[in-house]
Unconditional design. Structure first.
Length: 213
């Protein structure tokens, strides 16, 4: 039985969250940093689903292993759904989290409608191209200024009303219970035994050949 899954990211925040959520399962979790240099996937899809599948299937074919990829982002009502699939590069291709948050808050100046939502799509693919998909959403509000030092991305400016805290003010355990990625990974957790069976049913069988004179 295949007991390895690669998380298709080098983002330390995502890696830590997903590793915590899969802790205790009979699987070895790897990430892209374990494999040196591999081709970069261009995230040019129109939806989170497009990008998640593109990352998981491409990386799985390159490595020959099952791959879990997520694509997620922030949807802001007053900005017509932006930054959306451009969330990670909202302030530019190599923008930092701080720069992205700063641009968002600038764009939101004077806006009365502060409604927003984080969306996440998780794709688990094998080298044949077959994949499983999970998706979730978390509703919240954009704050007037950053608050909190935990998490990553837009966490300091995303208020979760039921707890009256930004994501960056939540503990890791609190965030995993309520966040878009946490809830999507809970779906994976709930049927992970079936996921492992599905992976082994769909993984290609690599034939071994002996060398002879």
């Amino acid at each position: 039985m295949n007991n390895k899954i690669v998380i298709a990211t080098r983002n330390k925040g995502k890696i830590n969250e997903i590793q915590d959520l899969l802790k205790g399962f009979p699987v070895e979790i790897k990430n892209l940093d374990d494999f040196g240099t591999i081709p970069v996937v261009e995230e040019d899809g129109d939806t989170f689903d497009d990008n998640a599948y593109k990352k998981s299937s491409f990386t799985s074919k390159i490595l020959g292993l099952p791959v879990l990829a997520d694509d997620s982002g922030l949807i802001v009502d007053a900005l017509g759904g932006l930054p959306g699939v451009y969330s990670a590069r909202y302030a530019g291709e190599n923008a930092t989290d701080k720069e992205n948050c700063a641009k968002l808050l600038k764009k939101m100046e004077g806006k009365k409608n502060r409604k927003a939502a984080f969306e996440c799509v998780i794709s688990i693919a094998v080298p044949t191209g077959a994949a499983l998909t999970y998706e979730e959403r978390c509703e919240g509000l954009i704050t007037d200024k950053p608050a909190g030092s935990n998490g990553f991305g837009y966490d300091p400016v995303f208020m979760f009303p039921p707890l009256n805290k930004t994501f960056a003010q939540l503990t890791k355990e609190e965030k995993n219970r309520v966040s878009h990625r946490g809830k999507a990974m809970m779906q994976v957790q709930e049927e992970f035994d079936k996921v492992l069976i599905w992976i082994n049913q769909h993984m290609p069988v690599f034939k071994q050949f002996s060398c002879s004179d």
